[in-house]
Design a protein around this ligand. Structure first.
Ligand code: UN1
Length: 497
């Protein structure tokens, strides 16, 4: 096998796509660095993978959950050993700096140990019966075969948010990573193999929308978990609705950071640089709107422009790099398009607004940290997701106005408020329409054991991470045990008048 793991993994065997088609995977910071060619899987490959997952389901689901937990713990151990090696390859493939990809692997490690610990709980309920000598309980059952379709920006963490709880609960998996991060996906699946996950329990199919659609529409896939664009998520939701499948969608965001007049501006500045420009703004949780009180607007914006203009852009595997490239040409085009829209709408480019060139950046998809000031709530750059290093600054005069502006979007993933006033902070926890609110921290940085997900157009009500994700990956079975030795009709069937 070459040093690049560029195959599908089906029923425990690394293999090419049946039709032999491939797609190219390059380093977004250095285009001449070709990582490899990966299988462009078709319907037959997906079918093989789903059949393998179905065949493996019975034995895996019957294994005692804590034994599955032992395997998850081994996965966590191997991820720990390989953290730097994996992070290097992830940075090479999707661009964010090495310190960030190490964090990405760490998130997977935390999720592995957390999911392993849940295998000793997976609680159901026991409740009193209406009848004597009768016992009522609910237990959790796995759903079956789960299709996992993910984005490239957290190429290890996000797939594991889905796969670890799915496996812990006794499901089997077919995983289709993003076509922009196939190598990271394969390296992750190699960890499953090396940890002793039985053949067929986790299968990998690379590819684009053809493979994705085949997975979603396959009659033997019981549930689909997706992270990615709103456009694709909507199509998946439609298909799953039609086919009566359970589905979890994690889509876009336009996450606000509210800064009130009493905020600690140095703390805000650190949070903004990280929230808006970490991962080159390519997180669904990225801080993309700064909603700032007029009393501190100018002071904060000036500090921010100065600090953001000093960020070092480059290849993420170089130590000096603070901000990596955008993922691909399409991503870059989208950013350029929205910067044009912002200018036309009358906002002011206070920093950036163009591709970053020179200093060794010409061979990559680099874009300057960009700040728009004078943004008003109904502009498109205040409402639509750009997925890049572009921050829209909106000025407000009161807490009430801040909340109105913050909620004036179709999305509702993450949010932040900076204030020293505890009552205002507690009000904001209820008033901001979002699945996540940070107080005095930026909009990014979820912890593995906490529920993660959004309201409104961001998702469909499910959560990843934490204990709530187990609701998605399990079915409730209700069990009645009658040990009275006679037919006891339920109260509803036993009414006398
Ligand atoms: C994503 O961008 O899809 O909370 C997930 C965060 C990260 C996860 C982001 N842990 O910012």
């Amino acid at each position: 096998m070459s040093d690049v793991l560029n195959k599908n993994f089906i029923n425990g065997v690394w293999q090419d796509a049946t039709a032999g088609a491939v797609f190219k995977d390059i380093n977004p910071a250095i285009h001449s660095d070709v990582i490899g060619h990966f299988p462009e899987s078709g319907v037959e490959d997906v079918d093989d993978a789903v059949r393998a997952a179905r065949a493996a389901f019975r034995a895996w689901s019957k294994m005692p959950a804590p034994a599955r937990g032992d395997i998850l713990r081994r996965i966590g151990d191997i991820l720990t050993e390989r953290k730097s090696e994996l992070a290097f390859q992830m940075t090479r493939e999707m661009g964010k700096p090495f310190f960030e990809t190490k964090g990405d692997v760490q998130e997977a490690i935390d999720t592995a140990y957390y999911a392993a610990s849940e295998t000793r709980r997976l609680f159901g309920h026991t409740v009193p019966s209406e009848m004597p000598n009768k016992f009522n309980m609910s237990i959790r059952r796995p759903i079956g075969v789960c299709g996992v379709i993910t984005a490239w920006n957290f190429p290890v963490a996000v797939p594991t948010w889905k796969m670890f709880p799915a496996l812990a609960a006794g499901n089997t998996v077919v995983f289709k990573p993003s076509e922009d991060a196939p190598h990271s996906g394969a390296l992750l699946v190699k960890v499953f193999e090396d940890a002793g996950v039985p053949a067929g329990v986790v299968n990998l199919v690379h590819g684009s929308s053809t493979a994705g659609r085949a997975l979603v529409e396959h009659p033997d896939v019981d549930a689909v978990s997706f992270t990615g664009s709103t456009e694709t998520g909507s199509k998946i939701g439609e298909a799953c609705g039609r086919l009566h499948k359970r589905f979890s969608l994690e889509m876009g965001g336009k996450n606000p950071m509210i800064v009130l007049a009493d905020a600690d501006l140095d703390l805000v500045l650190d949070g903004l640089l990280w929230g808006a420009f970490g991962t080159t703004g390519q997180r669904c949780t990225a801080t993309s709107r700064l909603i700032v009180h007029e009393d501190v607007h100018d002071a904060l914006v000036n500090k921010l422009i100065e600090a953001a203009s000093k960020l070092t852009l480059g290849y993420g595997n170089e130590d000096s790099t603070e901000m990596g490239p955008v993922i691909n040409q399409k991503g870059l085009d989208k950013i350029e398009y929205y910067v044009g829209v912002g200018k036309e709408e009358g906002a002011t480019v206070a920093l950036g607004g163009k591709r970053a060139v020179g200093n060794g950046l010409d061979d990559g998809y680099f874009y300057e940290p960009t700040i728009f000031t004078g943004v008003t709530p109904n502009m498109r750059i205040a409402k639509e997701e750009i997925f890049g290093p572009v921050l829209s600054v909106l000025k407000i005069r009161s807490y009430e106005e801040a909340i109105q502006v913050a909620n004036n979007i179709q999305y509702g993933l993450s949010s932040a408020i900076y204030t020293r006033d505890i009552a205002t902070a507690f009000n904001a926890m209820h008033d901001i329409e979002a699945g996540i609110t940070y107080v005095n921290g930026p909009t990014i940085g979820a912890e593995a054991h906490m529920p993660f997900g959004g309201v409104k157009g961001t998702g469909n009500g499910h959560r990843e991470g934490g204990w709530e994700v187990f609701e998605f990956y399990t079915e409730t079975k209700t069990v009645y045990v009658d040990y009275s030795g006679k037919l006891q009709k339920a109260q509803i069937d036993n009414v006398e008048d």
